[in-house]
Design a protein around this ligand. Structure first.
Ligand SMILES: [Zn+2]
Length: 206
């Protein structure tokens, strides 16, 4: 039988034991003693777990219904920017008075230990590929710079062929060769769409 150690995660249930139907609610704020999670984001040591626990006395033991709110931090999987994510997990588990094959957890010395359950639930809830926002553009594969920090660059690369078409049409010297390689359709579009014609050319030169 494992030795019982009192920790911030252990909750006394002595007043609930063997009085089926008794109910008690407990709010706990626990400072995370060691990091939870090994991925890009984790609940760091020192973070606070806000715990709402509903403890109910049953014939077999104590049913703990627990909600945990906390915050994970780490880095965006695409742009490596530091991010913080709210984490909420909920679970219910019975702590039996005596262990048998039906139950994994046991009331020990009039206490229940929520730590393994909270740790498992929190770690499972952490995203494998966290992002700072759903449409994070990530890093430039060549330079490693954050595309978000380079608002001029991102669209320019995306529409590269069209910009070269415009360049070819608008500057008679220099990049005329590009225009020849383009299909006629692109040329028409470029001529009709008057609005973007000036700015991309300037951008290319600058
Ligand atoms: Zn990002």
């Amino acid at each position: 039988m494992s030795k019982f150690n009192k920790t911030p995660f252990t909750v006394s249930v002595w007043d609930l034991m063997h009085v089926p139907g008794e109910l008690r609610e407990r709010q706990l704020d626990i400072i995370v003693p060691e990091k939870m999670g090994e991925g890009l984001v984790a609940v760091q040591a020192g973070a606070t777990l806000e715990i709402d626990a509903r403890l109910e006395s049953l014939h077999d033991g104590i049913l703990a219904t627990v909600r945990v709110d906390t915050e994970a931090s780490g880095e965006c999987g695409r742009c490596l920017r530091e991010i913080e994510l709210p984490v909420r997990v909920e679970f219910a588990e019975l702590f039996a008075y005596s262990l048998d094959e039906a139950f994994d957890y046991e009331v020990q010395a009039d206490h229940i230990d929520l730590e393994p359950l909270i740790r498992d639930a929190v770690v499972l809830a952490l995203p494998f590929q966290p992002v700072c926002r759903p449409d994070c553009p990530g890093l430039d594969p060549v330079t490693g710079e954050r595309l978000e920090d380079l608002p001029e660059r991102a669209p320019q690369e995306e529409f590269d062929s069209r910009w070269s078409a415009l360049t070819g049409l608008l500057s008679p010297s220099g990049s005329g060769a590009h225009a020849e390689t383009l299909p006629e359709a692109s040329t028409d579009t470029a001529t009709d769409g008057a609005t973007p014609s000036a700015s991309p050319t300037e951008r290319e030169k600058s």
